[in-house]
Every structure is written in C-alpha cells, then in structure tokens.
Ligand binder design. Structure first.
Ligand SMILES: [Ca+2]
Ligand SMILES: [Ca+2]
Length: 151
C-alpha cells in the first residue's frame, strides 16, 4: 500500500517537477560543483606557522559527470578575503582542497599563500562564485565546539 502510494506520489512529482522545491531525480543525478567542507580551526595552537595555516582549508567537490574548469572562480569569506583560481580543472567526482598558507599547487591541493587565517574559528560564511560573478554555493557555520563544517 505504501509502495503504491509512493509511486503515485512520484508520478505527481514528475508531472509537477518544475513546480516542486525538492530536486527531481534528474537534477540529483546531474550533480554539482559545491563547497564540501571547511576546516576552520586549524589543529593545535593557532600560531600562524605555515603548517598551522595549511591545517586550515576549504574543499570544493565536483559531483557532475564531467570535469569543470574553475578558472577565475572565487572563494570568499564573510570579510571578503578572496581566493581566485588560476587555470585549474576539477575532474569529475574529484575534490580540491584550498589551504590557507603557502605551498606548491598540485592537482588536488591549491594554496592561498597567506600569512594569516581566513576562516574564523567561531563563525563565518564561505561563498563560491563563477568567474562571471554568479553565485554557485554558500556554506555557513557558527560553532566553536567543532573545528570543521561539512557543508
Ligand atoms: Ca586551533
Ligand atoms: Ca574570515
């Protein structure tokens, strides 16, 4: 009975797919490029050493079926500290980690090259925008009880 009802509900949802707020199965399967995780309170004392700065990071994940160029895409915090991607392509199903400190960029890890932290230890908001300026995703947190946020 429940099964029959859920099929009927799915049929209704399919008919009015353009009007409902929940993502349709087609959209869910399509995936997205989105903020995945922010590790905002670097492990240990925040002494601004490069390794401590690099213990702080934000991750972006690509769950679409194809690689996406992130050239010119911008990640910013609430205070508008910006990280702008140079030439970079995020493979399908891949995650890129953007660390706050200095380092040598690799396929999976990019470095902001900063001498100070970006992600506040208590609360902040990450925003991801395309090169065109259109907003792709945001991720907010407000807690000192944990050191990271899975968006
Ligand atoms: Ca810390
Ligand atoms: Ca901040």
């Amino acid at each position: 009975m429940r099964h029959t009802r859920s099929i009927a509900a799915a049929a209704v949802a399919a008919c009015f797919g353009g009007l409902v707020l929940l993502p349709s199965p087609a959209q869910a399967a399509k995936g997205s490029v989105h903020l995945y995780k922010i590790y905002y309170d670097s492990p240990g004392k925040d002494n601004r050493s490069n390794s401590s700065l690099n213990g702080e990071y934000v991750q972006i994940r690509n769950t679409t079926k194809s690689a996406v160029s992130l050239k010119g895409w911008v990640v910013s915090d609430k205070a508008n500290h910006k990280y702008v991607f140079g030439s970079y392509t995020l493979g399908k199903g891949k995650t890129v980690t953007i660390r706050t400190g200095k380092g040598k960029n690799t396929t999976s890890t990019r470095y902001q090259g900063r001498r100070a932290y970006v992600w506040n230890n208590d609360k902040d908001t990450a925003t991801l925008k395309k090169a065109s300026g259109s907003k792709v995703d945001t991720c907010s947190y407000n807690s000192t009880k944990v050191d990271y946020k899975v968006c």
